[in-house]
Design a protein around this ligand. Structure first.
Ligand SMILES: NC(=O)c1ccc[n+]([C@@H]2O[C@H](COP(=O)([O-])OP(=O)(O)OC[C@H]3O[C@@H](n4cnc5c(N)ncnc54)[C@H](OP(=O)(O)O)[C@@H]3O)[C@@H](O)[C@H]2O)c1
Length: 258
């Protein structure tokens, strides 16, 4: 399908100094957008922006912890002052803490794992989306894309309850927000990846074993690449997706089929 993008558009991608977020930044830059690259580690952000820029992108670093209301507010003050607009937000920043390389069962879950995972994965998306609306509504155009997970869609046998709760929560959050802002030309959708080869996927103690379990249960017989996810985000961010809101695009190779 041909996709069109306004060349002047600006996209903020949270958690984009590596992994899926970085691939999304690459893809949206290739689509002609200016990309604002977020994450906490400034050295990794600087390197990501350097590589994107060397490849011809217009990329800018915006370090912030998305779970902090004050930090998100300060980041948006900077975005407003420098660009005065924001067209696309990809709430991708996420964590999946494990104990000894394994997802903790509920009865073994330290409270701080629960609290921190929800704070980054779910509260972060709320804080960034809330701030972005102030820039999107006057323009009467916007795209908010939230990075859920197959763990928020089904019982996988791989993940933890705290991670699943955060990712399922994102879907409910997106649905209500989509209902609130559709009349302003803003769409809100989720992308729900399956197993994608990144640092997060490699944090399982038995990484190869988890890959194999995934592959035998997946119709396309492979794990995913970051580019698979970036392609879905690119579509949702495009003009072509203007009639899609409150939806979830599953990028799982068929591991999850509703
Ligand atoms: N990989 C998979 O198989 C998979 C599957 C389904 C869904 N997902 C989701 O896809 C997203 C990206 O995952 P990934 O595999 O690319 O993970 P990753 O390689 O671990 O990258 C996570 C990114 O999030 C950033 N981040 C973490 N905490 C943050 C915070 N508080 N504020 C701002 N940025 C923060 C990290 O940068 P800093 O450390 O510098 O902050 C990093 O850039 C996550 O939401 C994840 O849950 C991944």
């Amino acid at each position: 399908m041909a996709q069109t993008h306004d060349a002047t558009r600006i996209a903020l991608i949270t958690g984009a100094n590596q992994g899926i977020g970085y691939a999304v930044a690459q893809r949206l830059a290739a689509d002609g957008m200016r990309v604002l690259v977020n994450g906490r580690r400034v050295d990794a952000l600087t390197e990501a922006v350097r590589t994107l820029t060397a490849a011809g992108a217009e990329a800018f670093a915006f370090p912030a912890d998305v779970s902090s209301e004050a930090a998100v507010s300060a980041m948006f003050d900077q975005i407003s002052a420098r660009f005065g607009r924001l067209d696309v937000v990809v709430n991708n920043a996420g964590i999946a803490p494990r104990i000894g390389g394994r997802s903790a069962r509920v009865e073994d879950t330290p409270f701080e794992y629960w609290e921190r995972t929800l704070a980054v994965n779910l509260t972060g998306a709320f804080l960034v989306s809330r701030a972005a609306l102030a820039l999107m509504k006057p323009a009467r155009w916007g795209r908010i894309i939230n990075m859920s997970s197959q763990s928020g869609r089904m019982y996988t046998g791989f993940g933890s309850a705290y991670y699943a709760a955060s990712k399922a929560g994102l879907i409910g959050f997106s649905r209500v927000l989509a209902g609130e802002v559709g009349e302003h030309g803003i769409t809100v959708n989720c992308v729900s990846p399956g197993r994608i080869k990144t640092a997060m996927a490699a944090s399982f103690a038995d990484e190869t074993g988890v890959d194999q379990q995934y592959i035998v249960r997946t119709p396309v017989r492979r794990v995913g690449h970051t580019g698979d996810v970036a392609a879905a985000v690119s579509f949702l961010a495009s003009e072509a997706a203007s009639f899609i809101t409150g939806s979830v695009i599953d990028v799982t190779g068929g591991f999850f089929m509703p």
